[in-house]
Design a protein around this ligand. Sequence first.
Ligand code: FAD
Ligand code: NAD
Length: 490
Amino acid sequence: VSSAPTTDTAGAASSQEGTQAAVTPPESDIPVHAPYLLIGGGTASFYAFKAIKANDPRAKVLVISEENHLPYMRPPLSKDLWFQTDPEKVEKLEYHPTQNFSVFHASNAYYVDPKKLPHLDKGGVGILHGRRVIYLDAMAKKVHLDDGSEITYDKCLIATGGRPKNLKVVENAGEEIAKRTILFRTIDDFQRLYKVCQETKTVTVVGGGFLGSELAVALGNSGLLNGIKVNQIFPESGVLAKVLPEYLSKWTTRRVEAENVNVIPNQSIETVSYENGQVALGLSSGITLKTDYIVVAVGLEPNTELAKTSGLEIDDVHGGYRVNAEMEARSNIWVAGDASCFYDIQLGRRRVEHYNHARVSGQLAGENMTGAAKPYTYQSSFWSDLGPKVAFEAIGMVDSSLPTVAVFAKSSDDTSAVKAVKDPESSEAVMTAPDEYDKGVVFYMKDKLVVGVLLWNLPYRLTTARQILKDGAENEDLSEVAKLFRIHQT
Ligand code: FAD
Ligand code: NAD
């Protein structure tokens, strides 16, 4: 995908001053007005423009995207692409082992040339690549781009996602460390890390959240092929500790270790220095760990720079732009995806950093931009895979600070009694705890109601989970409720 060259139209107009001859004005690559203007070209934006086109087939939609790629899905960048054995497919960003599934949401043919957009009777979706919106004037309904151009709009969507956080100790460690540090979010980051893994001996992933854990497993797999050693360091006692109950987090950590990852929990990085061509990490235990590269995966900072100029509100607790249940922030401005802190009528104010939320909220914002005025009622789900033994899906509020009740069964023993374990934080009676968590369901509780459901190696049960959240199942019923998930059946 090429980014169109910049044309300074204001400059072109002034150079014609005083000239009598009729001059055809140079064709600008930037429309001066867009009925629908979408800021950001990620998943939320993609589903918003699909919804806009479905509801207003002649809509003219202009997307401003900082990235020089067509809209794409990020999930395969930390999972499937690392298990792709055909290097040509990796090159083409095709992630499925047998099908030609691509990370791109749609091919180039789907989009129109942005400069032609104003003249297309049937409308279309045009993307301006490699441009950043730096200022949004909500009263004038106008955006300013980083190349100095301005575009007015009728309806605007902010779908700017977020950028990876870094650690101060890494940021302040100088140029040599910066050269050996990867913050991971984009196709370009994937391609860089993929190359690094073919040329290096040790990579250390910092962070035990979704990205850190998925990448550690992916690199562990790559390490088996390329002979690299993979470390994963994080401050919690187990992986995904902010999401999983402690016992499950610890059990999952052992599964990550089994994927060729040297997991170092309960450690923070206190010093970072450059020593003999390597990164030396001084850990809180006093140990120094030397590594060729570090991948820092310590969370996401929502991209909310436009808040000040546009007079939009940022949520103090969750971050992100505050929007109502219809994803609207102000008149004619909607926000969707990772950057939105929305009002969930059922579960309260939230911000969600997952793919299906970007899809669902983008679609809802798109529909509402065409006049639907629908509230957020459909709970989005999310998923993760950590090697061959751990795949889960979840819905609602899935936060390890909440009390949980869980029911598990061993996949090898279909006749075994279902066992239940409870988080020690919970006040209810404890049932026998199994030592293996092959498959099961975890209920997250708030005020005695189920507010989140995690399906552990239990595919195709999301509809049941969604219904349980909707019905508001109570604490007392849960062993009965768990039966609805047919845990013994695959
Ligand atoms: P983004 O995808 O971040 O898109 C926002 C876009 O806006 C970016 O291209 C950005 O450059 C651009 N932008 C920002 N500011 C401006 C500006 N001022 N002007 C112009 N453009 C701008 N979720 C899951 O549920 N399951 C998974 O398995 C999963 N795997 C993931 C794997 C990886 C490696 C990553 C990084 C994320 C993963 N996620 C997963 C999370 C999911 O991808 C995100 O929640 C989703 O991408 C959010 O979509 P978005 O459109 O809100 O933001
Ligand atoms: P995260 O919020 O999932 O995890 C943050 C982790 O950073 C913490 O668990 C902790 O281990 C680590 N951390 C925080 N402060 C630290 C410190 N001072 N030192 C060391 N470690 C520290 O964020 P992430 O894992 O970086 O993921 C980035 C984004 O990508 C998130 O929005 C995430 O939801 C998304 N993502 C989602 C999926 C999925 O849904 N399957 C997969 C990959 C990425």
